[in-house]
Design a protein around this ligand. Structure first.
Ligand code: HEM
Length: 496
């Protein structure tokens, strides 16, 4: 008797659950404000179409395929819209009195110490204050005062090709170059990876992306014996300690030698001395540590991947590489004098090559999710709370703006139209665009011009297009484990 009534209750509960689930599926499919938007069938009542490719590390490419299939606006999940229009770039990322703010669920956890930083700040005022305090450090004028530091590191990077080293793996080395430069700027002290002092640092920065996003979604993971999580946590901890030590040692030096330090040009020093005119505040020690570290996280993988893809793409096309080398040799004929930014930034073909690399291989060309405040985006009303993003990977491959969009053709930038610039936005757009853009540009130009001034660089035959596919690990990076190049010194080049 008891069993009979119990099974009746269980049955009733199961039935109620099934009816409720069925009802909410029908509601999401037919009554939800996004029900009229095209998209994959599963996305009408689940978030699976958006989640599965994240695990496969091809989120950006999968979103691109969906946009190609369903049109310029796709319902990716129950409450999530993907766009690929010029207008949606402006409407989602542009300056506005009703802005689409960053998605706190995604960005909130992107922190080393748990504090708010420039990249993860969601609140508009909080972000604006940090941006005002940091932006001075990133001005071109300020960066160029430290140009010699970058040239020195670039020379250390290319020094490996001397002494008859004609076949070299530059994968790790390129990340090390970025770490050495960005850490020097961020902490006033280089990690010195290239000379072997902190050889594990590239792995520590990579660990940030392996560990921090999953931990912010599922904090209990930190207690589980998962090797990648535990090793990654140690790496992030090392990074955090390095940053804390540098900031503490800088602040104590500042106390002793206030005058000397104030003259200095590096980020940490500038940020520590900056006073926000609007709030009258400066960065606290915790904010200094957090932001200096986040520059490593945001700046190293992105810039290194761009340099590696530039070398790869030029390696695939003899004519392109030859033109680039000719320009370098013409403008920088004396190998004992390293190229300067002033001169390199005026070289046309070099700039086309960089623009084309960033169009096709931009490391952050995947969409950056924002939350709609309730506004019209690309001509469609998007209710408050809906997650929205524009896939720059797709806008930068619009065949009407970029004929043969999948081809690496630097010369297309010879006649760049305003529309090309509006559709290829590797550094994003609006108040949350890349604050490190100038630094990235200086590093890329100085590295590439020095490299091709001295050598011809040819990717090894072992490096296939398949291995060079972009893996979406938050940053779009080459999927290869090694990147061997063959180098021919300038003096041995017969025809260039
Ligand atoms: C080729 C190299 C780079 C590319 C393509 C790139 C691209 C981008 C993009 C697309 C964003 C917007 C991200 C979003 O909205 O989620 C961004 C933001 C940011 N980037 Fe870069 N970046 C590069 C290098 C750097 C460097 C060298 C640094 C610093 C050393 C840096 C620091 C930052 C920071 C702090 C933000 C957040 C800015 C804010 O929200 O105010 N980036 N970057």
């Amino acid at each position: 008797m008891v069993f009979e009534s119990l099974s009746g209750v269980v049955l009733a509960l199961l039935l109620a659950t099934a009816l409720y689930s069925f009802g909410s599926i029908l509601r999401r499919m037919f009554l939800h404000p996004l029900s009229g938007y095209p998209g994959p069938w599963l996305g009408k009542f689940t978030d699976i179409p958006g989640m599965a490719p994240v695990i496969q590390r091809r989120r950006t490419q999968s979103n691109h395929e969906l946009l190609r299939r369903y049109g310029s606006c796709v319902r990716l999940g129950t409450n999530h819209l993907l766009f690929c229009a010029r207008e949606s770039i402006v409407d989602i990322y542009g300056q506005s009195s009703s802005p689409c703010l960053k998605d706190g669920a995604l960005y909130g956890g992107l922190s080393v110490s748990g504090a708010v930083n420039l990249l993860n700040a969601v609140d508009r005022e909080q972000h604006a204050r940090l941006r005002r305090l940091a932006s001075h450090s990133f001005s071109m004028q300020s960066l160029l005062k430290s140009e010699a530091l970058i040239q020195e590191k670039v020379d250390e990077y290319v020094s490996v090709f001397k002494d008859g080293n004609s076949r070299v793996n530059i994968l790790e080395r390129t990340y090390m170059l970025m770490l050495d430069i960005v850490s020097q700027f961020s902490f006033g002290e280089s990690l010195d990876c290239l000379n072997g002092r902190n050889a594990q640092a590239p792995a520590d920065v990579k660990a940030f992306f392996t560990v921090i996003p999953p931990l912010s979604f599922a904090p209990f993971l930190r207690y589980l014996p998962i090797k990648s999580i535990q090793e990654g946590r140690k790496g992030v901890f090392r990074l955090d300690s390095f940053s804390r030590d540098c900031v503490a040692s800088y602040l104590s030096r500042q106390e002793k030698h206030r005058g000397d330090v104030a003259k200095s040009k590096l980020f940490l020093e500038r940020m520590a001395n900056a006073v926000d005119a609007e709030t009258g505040t400066s960065m606290t020690q915790v904010e200094l540590v957090e932001n200096a570290t986040i520059f490593l996280v945001a700046g190293v993988g992105t810039t290194a991947a761009t340099i590696l893809y530039l070398i790869w793409e030029c390696g695939q096309q003899h004519d392109v590489r030859r033109k680039l080398i000719e320009e370098m040799r013409r403008e920088f004929p004396d190998p004992s004098i390293a190229p300067t930014y002033e001169k390199a930034s005026k070289l046309k073909f070099l700039s086309y090559v960089v623009d084309e690399t960033l169009r096709l291989r931009g490391p952050l060309n995947g969409g950056a999710p924002r939350i709609s405040p309730g506004k019209t985006i690309a001509g469609r009303w998007v209710p408050k709370g809906v997650k929205v993003e524009t896939n720059i990977y797709t806008t930068a491959r619009d065949p009407e703006v970029f004929p043969s969009p999948d081809q690496f053709e630097p010369s297309r930038w010879e006649t760049a139209t305003p529309e090309m610039r509006q559709m290829s936005r590797p550094f994003s757009y609006g108040p949350r665009n890349c604050i490190g853009r100038h630094l990235a540009e200086v590093i890329i130009l100085l590295t590439i011009s020095r490299l091709y001034q001295l050598y011809d660089v040819i990717p090894d035959a072992s490096l296939t297009p398949d291995k060079m596919q972009q893996l979406d690990l938050g940053v779009l990076e080459p999927g290869c484990d090694e990147f061997f190049v063959e180098v021919v010194p300038q003096s041995n080049l017969l025809s260039c």
